[in-house]
Design a protein around this ligand. Structure first.
Ligand code: ADP
Ligand code: MG
Length: 169
């Protein structure tokens, strides 16, 4: 298989700081309109990932779990981060009502925790990051999957961005 056909990548981190650093590197390659879906059980590090990603975008504010608001905007250097959490959402229409996707047309990128639950209302082009527990308490496996042609074309660039943490093989 040639590298250009790779649609999935696996990385490993050994603590929360490493997940933040990795996410910050991914933030360096995103563009306006990008959607990143964060999947994985409670406590695997989805919010930690968004914190690092926000840092990479130049967000000064502290990113917290968007418990009471569904979507929270954070202004970065050139891009605004829209942080959403679908965990408490029982009606996907609520999400659509909030106009998240319309805002993306501007200068924003979205990180959507539990975004795999929102798949039916999301565009067909996105990057999924699935976080899972590894062997040790602080170890995590992150699987990046390109959904749609746009991200599939960018997997080489993504691989370079996360190369310090790429799993062998
Ligand atoms: P989620 O949003 O997926 O429910 P959080 O990001 O809120 O999870 O919490 C993840 C917890 O796991 C934090 O307490 C964090 O410090 C801890 N942690 C330990 N190791 C890691 C790691 N390698 N990556 C991310 N978080 C980690
Ligand atoms: Mg969370």
């Amino acid at each position: 298989m040639t590298p250009r056909n790779v649609r999935a990548l696996t990385a490993r981190t050994s603590n929360a700081a490493a997940t933040r650093a990795l996410a910050s590197e991914v933030a360096a390659i995103v563009r306006a309109g990008d959607i990143i879906v964060l999947a994985g059980d409670l406590g695997t590090g989805k919010t930690v990932w968004v914190q690092g990603f926000a840092h990479g975008l130049g967000v000064d504010e502290q990113v917290t779990s968007p418990t009471f608001t569904l979507v929270r905007p954070y202004r970065g250097r050139t891009l605004t981060l829209l942080h959403a959490d679908m965990y408490r959402l029982d009606r996907l229409s609520e999400m659509a009502d909030l106009g998240l996707l319309e805002e993306l047309d501007g200068r924003a990128v979205a990180c959507i925790e539990w975004g795999d639950l929102a798949a039916p209302i999301l565009p067909a082009d996105l990057l999924e990051v699935r976080l899972e527990h590894g062997d040790g308490d602080d170890e995590r496996t992150l699987t990046f999957r390109a959904v749609g042609a746009g991200w599939a074309r960018r997997m080489d660039e993504l691989a370079r961005a996360v190369s310090p943490w790429l799993a062998a093989g």
